[in-house]
Design a protein around this ligand. Sequence first.
Ligand SMILES: Nc1ncnc2c1ncn2[C@@H]1O[C@H](COP(=O)(O)OP(=O)(O)O)[C@@H](O)[C@H]1O
Ligand SMILES: [Mg+2]
Length: 321
Amino acid sequence: MEKILELKNLRTHYATERGTARAVDGVSFSIARNRTLGVVGESGSGKSVTALSIMRLIPSPPGFFAGGEILWKGRDLLRLPEEEMRRVRGNEIAMIFQEPMSSLNPVFTCGRQITEQILIHRDIPAAEARERAIELLRQVGIADPARRFSAWPHELSGGMRQRVMIAMALSCSPSLLIADEPTTALDVTVQAQILDLIARLQADTGMSVMLITHDFGVVAELCEDVLVMYGSRVVEKGPVREIFSNPLHPYTRGLLKSIPRIGSKEERLHVIEGSVPSAVDVPPGCRFAPRCPMADERCRRELPELVSYAPGHETACWKAG
Ligand SMILES: Nc1ncnc2c1ncn2[C@@H]1O[C@H](COP(=O)(O)OP(=O)(O)O)[C@@H](O)[C@H]1O
Ligand SMILES: [Mg+2]
């Protein structure tokens, strides 16, 4: 399978008063062309910092790249001059965030924001950009797009705003769309609609999608591949079906058990005890060891690396196999 993006041993750190926060600490994975990769893990596991690193949107200081490579169509994004990176951002890789209101400018109409986004990257007449913006609004399922073109962000619901953000992201036909918990701020029915929309757009355009979520149920429905992150590292990755039928890492098994079942009265059937470690005081061994029911002395002492157990299926666990 052709890799469109490949991270090799990426380390993104932040200088803080308490010491160096190793927000991403040796992360390697790839995204295949035309496929959807789900990235799962509890809050604080390094998902957003990984995504922001790919976009090179890490504020520096306090953030800095401490090592590794981000290969995009063979070129290392970390070595690209800022001007070239700007062309990649928006033209080739686009990102949507959790809270659409904070990403939209309240003083411009939605249509104008999409139009300007198009004009930054394309040398076309304004009238044509406007037509394209209306077409994009239609494509993301906004009814009466010519009228909605003139709407202000505050006039739209959260779901509608997220659709506008998706329209902006699509305005330059990216080869990769990164969606960082795009539905967390929305209510459940709207969440399903937005996820359906992303799946449909992926199928229609053939773009690759990196979908960040803390919900394994969403991954099962939308993704072909999955990456499980914990403590700023990848603990398991592989094809979705393989991970669901044969999860190898105790953390992955814990997450799978915590998928809420339809009709279940309890929100979570099983919650993993304990909490995600701080990125500042990193223990020497496996980062999951303090919460792991299987951990022994070696797990607490030595950091496991990813090892392949089946085609495309890797995990970093001393107890796997
Ligand atoms: N600006 C920052 N300064 C210091 N530490 C940070 C900063 N941003 C994120 N981190 C730390 O990096 C780790 C990963 O964060 P993040 O990628 O946001 O997690 P996730 O998106 O999986 O919830 C966390 O421990 C977080 O506290
Ligand atoms: Mg996040």
